[in-house]
Write a protein that binds this ligand. Sequence first.
Ligand SMILES: [Zn+2]
Length: 399
Amino acid sequence: MGWLGLDDTDHLGGGCTTKTLDELISNLPKNVSVGELRLVRLWPFAKQRTRGNAAVAVQLSTEKENDLMIHLDDWWNRKIKPLAGKVTDSDDYHREQFATDPGMVWFSNKIPEDAFYYDAVRREVKLSDIPDADKSWGGHGRIGATAAVAWSKSNITFEAIAWRSQDGEYQENVRRIDSKRLQEIDAMKDTFMSRDSRTGNSLIAPRGPCPVLFGVRATTFKSAEKSAQYLIDSEETEAISGMRVFVTNQASDDHLGENMKDKVNEIEILSRGTVILTCTNHKIVAFAESGKIKLLSQWLKKGDEVEFNGLHSPDETIHLERLRIINPVPEKTRPMCEKCNVRMKSMGTNQAVRCPKCRIKSDILWIDEPRKPPFENWVQAPLDSRRHLTRPIEWNVSQ
Ligand SMILES: [Zn+2]
């Protein structure tokens, strides 16, 4: 028994590592049995990350491992190696694009320690850092491939992925999926991130020329499989070429460390509403797309204490994934007139304040009034701008 890992076969213009694995599995020798399939998301800031930033792995068992290696050599040379060197430039995609550099690894006996997985999901990893496999093929993709095998599954979810049937159709970006059934699936308690209930938009289908028709995410294997099959069985859903259920690290928060606390010293609001919060020990960023995180950040004032978590970006800032206020500084306001219940007004610099109605004076110039934040609890970005790895905050309470 052993594990085969695979990564870096897709690019912006096409290809998909899950489809490459599906084809590999479908063409294995008869005496090989297939176990668990994994879809593992990696560090979102990795320089050479692929479009979906995911690696895959599969558990394989055979009595004849040598024959399997001969088969994999041949499959690698004919089907995967030719995928190298593909690169697509895109105007609206600002990140530097690297050519695909597929990699495949086979671990027969000793599985790499999960410390390597945590490195690959939290920071930049070099090819020279990877543990030795029993056999390996190709280049840069060996990093993700090894991480997928090393993953110790402390937090798991599932994704049932279905692939489109015709090669030509990949070019057409519109995918036909039964939207009524998707709505039913979204209402089930074991599925998550299927549909954005605010906009009604599907969240299960990728955009662009990629062979994936959809991926249904769920907290159980059965629920992922049944929901995907329910969509596939509808006449309103286009034909597929296959479907498989993967165990994934999506919604695991594995890319994050412990929550952090800090005091806000400076708030800078940029164009489109992005907020830079300079705190005592951290510089944190709330992006324009981050919904409630952005709104709460814009409301903050100097001296507020916040608790947060997010990704450590290579530019030394923390990109917020969740935020809550733990201690808002009070607001200094003028006292109220007890008789008239209206706010008193200043008569001039450093002078007493006076009620505008009854004209009574007060020597108390300022009072502390508690500020009411727009959100009392943790907030997160809306579904459509959340990372695959991000765990819904509701889960930390209810699951
Ligand atoms: Zn008064």
